[in-house]
Design a protein around this ligand. Structure first.
Ligand code: M6R
Length: 368
């Protein structure tokens, strides 16, 4: 059932355009966004004064991405917390808190325990889940399903994109209910979101460049990943993918942290991926990241730069430029992670590793 791919992970990466189209389909009708399993009363959603996202691993990285969008659209503070940390720190949760539990499997024990803890404090819980009938959505007040199809590989790829997309729908829904956004505005954002599957396909169609890069780097022992704003969780997720399936030391950093420590790691030949935001967005953000590329390159780094099509500013400082299509800044994480998924998958394959069943890991962590 690998459909000619070397691994389920490769297959699932290449299914992402279709998978995200399925996450988005049929959600907007008669000028309103509707979410079928959103069973929490609109009046309750209007009274929410804080959102806490609880999740583990890749699902937590998805949470870190969507924090930017939900805060921007809804003007509600969003905290993202690893589920196992949340439970043990006496978190401030009230009936005005909306807890968003992100879990592909719906069975991750730490996330489930966080859900139970939140419910005991009177919070409403919405599950962002891929598996119908699983425990987390069953114990939650509402659910948004990803509809990306079963994910077999231990390393999560299409579910990550599905989690981000489903949380974007939640953010837009909250903005609609709370009156931050009206029909036309939601339609405009959704129109851009609906173009994402075609753009994902464009990135996938250009995957040979990254596959070759991965094969050339089969002996790498350490790779760093940098990003700012939504590029930061993308860096974390890129590093997680490489660690878990290729067993290479990999670290993701917020690019602004460089001079507070991590730049000391950079020596001659150190590969550094940098996720660059659109030059058309907030200009200070883009130019700051370009300066970060210069800083690491001046110390000998080999810069592997993920930049928007047409961004010429990165050229003088990049050893390799990997392009992604133009989109809204908030939607770029649905595109910029794909080269990093492909990189990890291809490198692990070139090393002869079991890509789908990495050592020491299980698809679903059902113990605390
Ligand atoms: O099923 P879940 O989304 O709750 O799983 C959470 C993590 O265990 C999972 O994302 C894990 O980090 C993956 N191996 C990442 O690729």
């Amino acid at each position: 059932q690998k459909s000619g791919y070397a691994s389920f992970m490769a297959k699932e990466i290449h299914e992402q355009a279709e998978a995200i189209a399925d996450t988005l389909v049929g959600r907007f009708e008669n000028g309103r966004l509707t979410l079928e399993d959103m069973l929490i009363e609109e009046s309750t959603l209007r009274s929410i004064d804080k959102i806490i996202v609880v999740a583990c691993g890749t699902a937590a990285n998805a949470g870190e991405v969507v924090k930017y969008a939900i805060e921007h659209w809804c003007r509600i503070p969003v905290e993202v917390e690893l589920a196992h940390e949340f439970r043990y720190r006496d978190p401030i949760v009230s009936p005005k808190t909306l807890v968003v539990a992100i879990s592909q499997s719906g069975e991750t024990m730490d996330t489930l325990m966080a859900v139970r803890h939140a419910k005991e404090q009177g919070a409403k819980v919405v599950a962002i889940c891929n598996t119908r009938g699983s425990t987390i959505p069953r114990e939650s007040d509402a659910a948004i399903y990803l509809h990306v199809g079963p994910e077999i590989a231990v390393a999560s790829t299409k579910a990550y994109l599905g989690q981000i997309s489903a949380c974007y729908l939640l953010g837009l829904y909250l903005a609609q209910v709370r009156g931050n956004f009206y029909g036309d505005e939601i339609q405009a954002v959704l129109d851009d979101l609906e173009q994402i599957p075609a753009k994902i396909q464009q990135v996938l169609d250009g995957s040979e460049q990254v596959e070759q890069l991965a094969r050339d780097m089969v002996d790498a022992t350490s790779v760093l990943f940098l990003g700012r704003h939504v590029g930061y969780p993308t860096a974390l997720e890129g590093a997680l993918k490489l660690k878990e399936i290729a067993y290479i030391h990999a670290e993701g950093f917020a690019a602004g942290e460089l001079k507070h420590g991590p730049i000391a790691l950079v020596e001659d030949g150190q590969p550094v991926f940098v996720v660059v935001p659109s030059p058309r967005g907030r200009d200070s953000l883009h130019s700051k990241v370009v300066s970060n590329i210069q800083e690491v390159r001046a110390r000998g780094a080999r810069t592997l730069v993920i930049a928007e099509e047409g961004d010429e500013d990165v050229l003088p400082y990049s050893d390799v430029v990997i392009r992604y299509p133009q989109t809204r800044t908030l939607f770029a994480p649905l595109l910029t992670i794909i080269p990093l998924q492909i990189f990890a998958c291809e490198l692990a394959t070139a090393k002869g590793l079991d890509v789908d069943q990495p050592r020491n890991l299980a698809k679903s962590v059902t113990v605390e």
